[in-house]
Write a protein that binds this ligand. Structure first.
Ligand code: BJW
Length: 233
């Protein structure tokens, strides 16, 4: 860690599990009770927008109404960023697949939400993005076009292109340390990031409850709230 100058960290649902947010593919995960085709594809949304808005409204409500807060893993990554960016010729990018807001609440700033953000919605006509915490009728009419039914969750579904890919690819090609935390490696393109970084010379490390891919250079197994602070400090 001390020798690394350019660091890219990829996080997945596992980093927020100990904050009380469900992962996707565990036996008690989100995909147990919801079919991906129904709630996480453009086709599912076109077929039943009300049900998809409900799925995301429920998750928003849980994020806002409960005592869900960042855990020590989120805080450790925010500290790492501030340490790294203070050093000359060092760089740091945190790429999260998560749509919760726990990284920013922990203080991370060099952050990309590649699968979108739960608390935002987007007008499909104009592309304008709104914060759902503002006074807005979520699933009927948007401020810009006043048309009904143009709003959708600002998230990336299967078959859609993840956000900020150019920025992410550039950082992966330039980094000398790539760290994946709490992601199963089931979903592309994120699942291929470690190979891109490794092919450009980076050391690759996985932190997870269990090893998901033997091809990482290093594996650190354990709960994120314990192993991430240990790894960072
Ligand atoms: C802990 C822990 C603790 C637990 N401590 N660890 C073949 C056929 C068809 C399609 C494809 C194909 N090959 C590739 C594709 C494309 C497709 C894809 O990957 N499909 C696969 C199913 C094969 N991908 C796409 O369509 C993507 N777009 C795309 O590829 O566009 C083309 C393109 C790309 C780039 C440039 C140009 C063009 C889009 C994918 C969108 C994914 N969207 C979702 C929903 C987002 C909104 C929402 O939240 O509702 O994103 S799906 C879901 O999975 C969500 C997550 O971000 C994502 C990854 O899940 P994650 O985070 O890994 O969670 P889990 O549950 O899987 O794993 C948790 C891990 O944590 C586990 O390993 C645990 O062990 C660990 N853990 N507790 C540490 N306490």
């Amino acid at each position: 860690m001390a020798a690394a100058r350019r660091i890219v960290v990829l996080t997945g649902a596992g980093i927020s599990a100990e904050s009380g947010i469900q992962t996707f593919r565990a036996s008690d995960g989100l995909w147990e009770n919801h079919r991906i085709e129904d709630v996480a594809t453009p086709e599912g949304f076109a077929a039943n927008p009300v049900a998809v808005h409900q799925f995301y409204n429920d998750r928003r409500q849980r994020l806002l109404d409960t005592d869900i807060r960042p855990n020590p893993a989120h805080s450790a990554l925010a500290r790492l960023e501030h340490t790294v960016v203070d050093r000359p010729e060092h760089d740091f990018l945190l790429v999260t697949q998560n749509i919760d807001n726990l990284h920013e609440r922990a203080g991370s700033q060099a952050l990309v939400h590649m699968h979108g953000e739960l608390l935002k919605i987007r007008c499909e006509q104009s592309g304008l993005i709104f914060d759902t915490r503002e006074d807005l009728t979520l699933d009927t009419c948007c401020r810009c076009c006043r048309e009904p039914g143009n709003l959708r969750p600002h998230v990336v579904w299967f078959g859609e292109i993840p956000l900020a890919m150019a920025k992410i690819s550039k950082a992966l090609e330039q980094c000398d340390l790539f760290v994946a935390i709490g992601t199963s490696g089931n979903v592309y393109p994120a699942a291929g990031f470690f190979e891109l970084a490794r092919d450009h010379g980076a050391h690759t490390v996985e932190l997870n409850l269990e090893s998901t891919n033997a091809a990482f250079d290093e594996h650190i197994c354990g709960p994120a709230s314990t192993v991430v602070p240990e790894f960072v400090e």
